[in-house]
Design a protein around this ligand. Structure first.
Ligand code: PLP
Length: 489
């Protein structure tokens, strides 16, 4: 109450700088430093452990007094910039990430400066957001009548699509009456290689983890379509309602691409929603040499794709596309008295927040829009082919080396292999391979991750990186052999 009675000072405060020329000089320095940082990325370790004195910086209490911006920036340069995750480095191949790009980073800065809220409205950023969604439809071969929305990433894109699938297939007014009124329990299907975000999605949708039936994958790590067909039949007989097939175009473990043609036929025969999780592989559709691998993707009812992976947009940006725009809007639209549209002016365009869960939305489109314009879609397609060619070359090097073995077939850009360590049992071999992986990280040489494929532990090299060159992969082979020999008991 005391603060309500306080008079407004003569000179009101704002967050703008007191002296614009000082901040201009600092801003220029930040850009210069950023350009040097990216130019020299190859010279730095992929990753390095933070020293204790750096870790303690992030335990300091809430700042109560002002610090000059150049001192704040100095802290960032000293304590943050030298200790990144490493995914912009040419020898980062862990898990599955894009490697970002300078234009996208500048775009994120401009988007924040322009500051628009992409909940919607009649303004240029909203038009650009729509345009980028339209470009995504075009890349996937989806019709212009389809809808879509930019989201934080693949997990959200999948959640949005599965929400629409659930609502369409529920057979009740699920928004009003809830999942408890669904007559027969819904069943969704995916392979045992499905990404964990789908489990989170079915749980969040109130269907429960068991509603997502994992179908065994075959030797190529693709869903076994005959087993899927049998599971659907069995579920119908047991009183469940099969609702949705989740095809994966590029599994996270090995990059395997489910047989989209057979799954599209099966979905049509069984009247199921076909969702394609294309977070890894949907963008193959723009690559000259590998588009054939996802030839049937446009038959899906919905697609999740991830521009922050193979378009290398800085995090975060994912995209979901839904063939039936009215089903999409019908799953999320709410008209609120404080967000009614007007015939003219700022509120005269469609609200973009009606296509997802967020109300306020960040301006994600600009980083995709600027980089696509700068390079053109064909170059992004060639970069995808380049990563796939690199992965296949690495696989050949592994096959030629008797101390290595491939653990899964290389489909696109993910290579699963291990150091063979003759004479060791599987637990000791796993420990040895993990130790090799950790030494590669700790020595700043390369970042890999590991996984288990059909019960076999392996190292995993996911080449989703526009900076990787073939000599980087030669370094990986040499250094893995060196560490294997060094660490072999
Ligand atoms: C196949 C697949 N689906 C979904 C996701 C989740 O995407 P995101 O990390 O952008 O949320 C990933 C992430 O790697 C993935 O590989």
């Amino acid at each position: 109450m005391e603060s309500l009675r306080r008079p407004i000072p003569d000179q009101e405060e704002s967050l703008d700088p007191g002296d614009w020329s000082d901040v201009r000089a600092l801003g220029h320095r930040m850009i210069d430093d950023s350009i040097d940082y990216l130019r020299d990325v190859r010279e730095r370790p992929v990753w390095q452990e933070m020293p204790m004195e750096v870790k303690t910086v992030f335990e300091r209490p809430l700042p109560r007094v002002a610090t000059p911006l150049d001192a704040v920036y100095r802290q960032v340069m000293e304590n943050l910039m030298p200790y990144p995750m490493g995914n912009i480095h040419p020898r980062f191949w862990s898990w599955y990430m894009g490697s970002s790009n300078l234009t996208g980073a500048l775009a994120d800065f401009l988007a924040a400066v322009q500051g628009s809220n992409l909940g919607g409205g009649n303004h240029a950023a909203a038009s650009m957001d729509n345009q980028v969604v339209n470009w995504c439809k075009e890349m996937m071969g989806f019709p212009p009548s389809a809808s879509g929305t930019l989201v934080s990433g693949g997990s959200m894109a999948n959640l949005i699509a599965l929400t629409v699938a659930r609502n369409v297939k529920a057979g009740v007014n699920i928004r009003e009456d809830g999942v408890g009124t669904i007559e027969k329990p819904l069943r969704f299907y995916a392979s045992d290689q499905v990404h964990s975000c789908h489990r989170k999605a079915v749980e969040a949708l109130g269907l429960g983890n068991k509603a997502l039936r994992r179908i065994p994958s075959d030797r190529d790590l693709r869903i076994d379509v005959a087993a899927l067909r049998a599971a659907i039949r069995e579920d119908r007989a047991a009183g469940f309602q099969p609702a949705c097939l989740i095809a994966t175009a590029g599994t996270v473990n090995t990059g395997a691409i489910d047989d989209l043609q057979s799954l599209a036929n099966l979905a049509a025969d069984e009247d199921l929603w076909l969702h394609v999780d294309g977070c890894i592989g949907a963008l193959l559709s723009i690559s000259p040499e590998n588009a054939y691998r996802v030839a049937d993707i446009a038959r899906a009812d919905s697609i999740a794709l991830d521009p922050h992976k193979w378009l290398h947009a800085p995090f975060e940006v994912g995209c979901v596309l839904i063939r039936d725009a009215s089903a999409h809007r019908g799953a999320f639209a709410v008209t609120q008295e404080y967000l009614e549209s007007t015939p003219r002016g700022l509120a005269s365009a469609e609200w973009l927040y009606e296509y997802g869960l967020q109300t306020t939305r960040g301006f994600r489109a600009l980083k995709v829009w600027m980089a696509l314009q700068e390079h053109g879609i064909e170059k992004f397609g060639r970069l995808i082919d380049q990563n796939i060619a690199q992965a296949h070359r690495l696989s050949r090097l592994i096959e030629q080396e008797s101390l290595f073995e491939l653990v899964a077939p290389t489909s696109i850009n993910i290579v699963c292999f291990r150091y063979r360590s003759p004479g060791l049992d599987s637990a000791a071999r796993k420990a040895l391979n993990i130790e090799i992986m950790l030494r590669l990280q700790e020595e700043g040489i390369a970042a890999l991750s590991d996984t288990t494929v059909h019960g076999e532990h392996c190292l995993r090299v996911a080449i989703n990186n526009h900076r990787t060159r073939r000599e980087d992969l030669d370094v990986l082979v040499q250094e893995t052999l060196r560490l294997g020999a060094l660490l072999m008991p």
